[in-house]
Write a protein that binds this ligand. Structure first.
Ligand code: BJW
Length: 258
């Protein structure tokens, strides 16, 4: 008898089956999901922000202390880019997944490393911003929020109106700074409880966010990665889907499998 070829499951079908069976889903997103909204990623690719810049000169408290004008100007330029961007089909598909899980009395938590607010604007509600948001700025001394003009800041650096001699800084998490404790707490609770973890558009090299998928897998959650390129987790996830988030997510989630 001729041998039948062994059926390799199509990764999109496999992902749909895992989503249909899941009751508690955690999604972790990174810069890749916003790339199709025109927001540059940090690493990898011709347009990546850190292709020409050393992150240590822009994304650390030391850099801000050394050269607040350059750092403020760079973040304010990015704030304008985020304001102008619109959510893409990947963001919208995740908002639809949240609504579908709610409808079947499931749980959905969206952990994002992105600071652009596009998930909120797409309609997602249970969003945990691990690295803060570039849309809010705060006093570097007191931490009080600072109202910003809609357009570019009038000066770089921009003085804080709250404390004499201190400066406005973006409410983001720089290297060497702790993540907001409420965000870490919410993330850890969701990860401990999930039966499916989906990592989307992140290089999976920045901690502690990069550890969450391993924690989820260690307690038995199924894992899916959606990324344009291979990453350190591609060979350890249950389903690795190589493609653009804005194209792959609608294929899996429109309609949400049930
Ligand atoms: C597509 C696509 C498409 C493209 N579709 N895919 C343990 C081990 C080792 C190091 C550490 C550790 N614990 C802590 C550290 C140190 C450090 C760290 O992780 N360093 C590593 C880099 C080595 N971590 C920290 O410092 C963190 N703080 C901390 O741990 O504090 C501890 C502490 C406790 C108590 C007191 C004091 C301290 C803070 C990390 C903060 C990260 N901040 C940044 C900047 C935010 C502000 C800003 O926006 O400028 O966050 S760094 C930058 O990287 C940004 C991102 O959120 C983050 C992750 O990047 P992401 O999203 O993965 O983007 P990319 O560009 O890397 O990847 C894009 C991906 O998309 C690629 O894979 C593409 O293929 C893909 N892609 N187009 C799908 N269309």
């Amino acid at each position: 008898m001729p041998r039948q070829p062994c059926a390799v499951p199509d990764p999109l079908d496999h992902a749909r089956r895992l989503i249909a069976d899941a009751r508690s889903v955690v999604v972790l997103t990174g810069a890749g999901i916003s790339a199709e909204s025109g927001i540059p990623t940090f690493r990898g690719g011709m347009d990546a922000l850190w292709k020409d810049f050393d992150p240590a000169t822009l994304a650390t408290p030391e850099a801000f202390a050394r050269d607040p004008a350059t750092v403020s100007r760079w973040y304010d330029w990015r704030r304008q880019k985020c304001r102008e961007a619109i959510p893409n089909p990947g963001h919208l598909a995740l908002a639809a997944l949240e609504r579908a899980l709610e409808a079947r009395a499931g749980r959905f938590t969206l952990l994002t490393q992105n600071v652009d607010r596009l998930h909120h604007r797409a309609g997602s509600s249970n969003v945990v911003e691990l690295h803060g948001t570039i849309m809010h700025w705060r006093c570097s001394a007191s931490g009080r929020e600072i109202e910003l003009p809609d357009g570019p800041l009038p000066t770089y650096p921009f003085p804080s109106p709250h404390c004499a001699g201190s400066l406005a800084r973006p409410d983001v998490v720089w290297f060497g700074e702790p993540l907001p404790s409420a965000a870490v707490h919410a993330a850890q609770g969701a990860v401990a409880d999930c039966d499916l973890f989906i990592s989307i558009g992140t290089s999976s090299v920045v901690y502690p966010a990069a550890a969450f998928i391993h924690e989820a897998a260690a307690h038995g959650a199924a894992t899916i990665e959606i990324n344009r390129d291979a990453t350190p987790i591609s060979s350890v996830v249950d389903v690795s889907i190589r493609g653009r988030a804005g194209e792959v997510l609608p294929q899996i989630l429109n309609p949400v499998p049930n």
